[in-house]
Design a protein. Structure first.
Length: 175
């Protein structure tokens, strides 16, 4: 008798947890037990916010974990500095690309050139960042732009770049 009672309790608890996790605010939820069917929304009004908070918390932890796995992003051969404009060198560049760090100079550069970068459909590379705070800072200023967090060692070597922020187009390398 105890085994049957434990089984029924576990089964009922599993059903309730499943239903609670899939509640929708716009429709009534019902547990069907033949003639004993019941609307269960009143029972879950108190735990719905807790379930939503837990889902949000898990999602945030997963997101932060993924971002922390890509850190730090470093391009040792490049430092913040002045870039001398070069022209007519890069006919094979089809998409304008900009290289930035999470430093204040790069942040201000993105703010200053934001409209131009967006208009030309430029893709950015975040080439130097140490912390999750750095990633968030760049994300905030570059909202609406595509920015990829990745070292630019190969780009720096190929294009003989030593400083950033920089914009690379089919016509020029410029700051």
């Amino acid at each position: 008798m105890r085994k049957i009672l434990v089984y029924l309790l576990l089964t009922t608890a599993s059903i309730i947890i499943f239903v609670a996790q899939n509640l929708s605010a716009s429709e009534s939820n019902v547990i069907y037990f033949g003639s004993n069917s019941k609307v269960i929304d009143p029972y879950f009004k108190k735990i719905r916010p807790e379930i939503e908070n837990r889902k949000a918390s898990v999602k945030k932890r997963k997101s932060n974990s993924i971002l922390n796995n890509i850190l730090p992003i470093r391009t040792p051969s490049m430092k913040v500095g002045r870039v001398t404009r070069k022209t007519n060198l890069l006919n094979n560049i089809t998409v304008p690309t900009f290289l930035i760090g999470s430093d204040n100079t790069s942040i201000e550069w993105v703010r200053k050139h934001y409209q131009q970068l967006r208009k030309m459909g430029a893709i950015g590379m975040l080439i130097n960042a140490e912390t999750l705070h750095d990633l968030k800072k760049v994300a905030a200023v570059s909202k609406g732009l595509k920015v990829i967090p990745k070292s630019a060692e190969s780009v720096a070597k190929e294009m003989q770049l030593t400083a950033y922020p920089v914009l690379i187009t089919s016509n020029s390398i410029q700051q």
